[in-house]
Design a protein around this ligand. Sequence first.
Ligand code: HEM
Length: 726
Amino acid sequence: GDIGQCPFMSGAQKEPAGGGTSNRDWWPNELKLNILRQNATKSNPMGEDFNYAEAFNSVDYATLKQDVIDLMTDSQDWWPADYGHYGGFMIRMAWHSAGTYRVGDGRGGAATGNQRFAPLNSWPDNGNLDKARLLLWPVKKKYGNKISWADLMILAGNCALESMGFKTFGFAGGREDVWEPEQDIYWGSENQWLGNDERYDTSDGDLEGHLGAVHMGLIYVNPEGPNGNPDPLKSAHDIKITFGRMAMNDEETVALVAGGHTFGKAHGAANPDEYVGAEPHGASIEEMSTGWKNTFGTGVLDDAITSGIEGAWTPNPTRWDHDYFDVLLNYDWELTKSPAGAHQWTPTAASNARMAPKAGDANAKQALMMTTADMALKVDPTYLEISKRFHNDHKAFEDAFARAWYKLTHRDMGPIDRYLGPEVPQEELIWQDPIPKVDYTLSDLDISSLKKMILASGLSVSQLVSTAWASASTYRGSDKRGGANGGRIRLEPQRSWEVNNPAELDNVLKTLESIQNEFSGTVSMADLIVLAGNTGVEEAAKNAGHNISVPFSQGRGDATKEQTDLESFGYLEPLADGFRNYMNSKLNVAAEDLLVDRANLLTLSIPEMTVLVGGLRVLGANYDGSKHGVFTDNVGSLTNDFFTNVLDFSITWKATTSEDKEFIGRDRRTNAMKFSGTRADLIFGSNTELRAVAEVYGANDGQDKFVNDFVAAWTKVMNLDRFDLE
Ligand code: HEM
């Protein structure tokens, strides 16, 4: 070809395909629909037939574990093991993999292997963990698809603990890798790593939104103290907030920090600004996805630089023992600085403290160290009490650490049905949201007689549909909690959530309970609520002239009050549910953004979200029975009226509230009022991508497709938590 034609050679085009000023650059507030098309099959090399559970179950688990344990003491020249043991390093990798979890929205955590990708692979707090994952590559290579990175990182943490003498509580596989960084996880909006504390509300000392860390680029807190201020008491405040957002209480927090810091060391041989290169995502191509190249001395072992803090916490950093509390509580500590210039704490001369070996020379010694965050466990009165108790009761400490580590690393895996492998503990734990198994099978005849009872009960389509939606739509794919299974909508706190219209819900549940009692067989309320919703959808389709049957998968159990952790279920409360046109009045966010956020938690695609909103509106499922978005004269009839009307340009829309939250639609000619709506309604006419989908359903050939797609998306939501069906 003529090289003069090449757009790059000629200098005519400044950037390659995909470059240039994007819509998001022009319109930073545009709807983030990208979060509904993540992990497209196009990114996934495994193809749709790949079943990770089957692959994992076929692994030779005992040999795999032995290989990981052997690796711990097989020191490699390119990144030699401190003290000849990679244990501490691997624990830190596993902890940082799991530690991004936050209970507020269930996002983050170990379940996806996202530490392989930016931004996490390049967060300052994840310094040098690129090497920890590279050390694991020979094992990953050997077992290939039988072990995901997500599972391997946590398994490596467990093997590290075990190889240093700690008995873990258990391990479950089942974390499936993603192949691209998640786009839905809000890590903050600062554009500086470890920047000043913009995310703090200085008035009440709380953190922005659901964020689980005090700074961009950290897993939790600044080890040197808030904003580098070495104040252990203030550090305790930050630790309580950040660990609390991971659903850890004070006892679990103390156990985790003390248990973790029984092992390994911190690295701060010299000033990072002088010696440490770019993070992996910013490093040059020949560094081959690694980063933080260290030119100080050998760059490894006693010359390594990671956090900038220097030293080990305990005299035997490669052995499980009870020294952490011994040294923390029995010695006095004074504020010093590491060779890298970081604030840290050193035993006073009068403490006559023991010492730790040097990382690269067992015969040389180095002073022990505590970070400001460790000192919090001694200075904060609540933490001190727990520290003292654990110091005196080794069994209690070991049990608390084992359980907290298990919870930390398995928290976002969902119901125990998803746990794989021979090391899954029998004991049921409250944070797993246990649900009893059912012991009945409904025949087709049972199901049709239940449906007759439901239809004869006087409950409306709206009541049936909105109750089933309320039950199922608590599901969040982020940590696989919530959903219709368990029937927890009967229980607190769900029963009293504003979005569930408690008074109305109470009536519906009472009626359904009486059906459950009158029914000659056995049925759980969890199943009955979904069956009632399905019956409502079938009835609504019939009203629109469609004879359909909505697939029903029985087998949901009813959880008890005792099986339901009030506080942790509180985090599932939707502050907005655009599908029911609900938004907490205190929120100052655009309703359409929250609709997309919820659709993402429900793992819906853009068409699924669209068809569900359009269907739920005409079925009258608004939480408060309002008319917003009910663009039809035939409520309770499953028609595509929402779409035909939202696309109808003979209607003009005007905001009725100053913040553009609610709108009135009028006939363009007569000015007669026709409809009212919220931002979560009008967005389907306003946003061009949503409008494109709305046009499919609102066209003259759209009604059949609308009904079919609505039923499919509805069924998906009803079964989101049915991992037992797969
Ligand atoms: C290392 C801080 C909680 C396990 C470190 C380092 C820092 C740190 C600064 C040194 C990194 C380096 O320079 O190489 C903190 C803070 C915590 C916390 C501020 C919370 C308040 C935890 C928890 C665990 C853990 C919960 C595990 C249960 C470890 C381990 C190391 C480590 C094993 C040693 C890594 C190695 O030997 O290379 N931590 N940590 N930490 N942390 Fe933590």
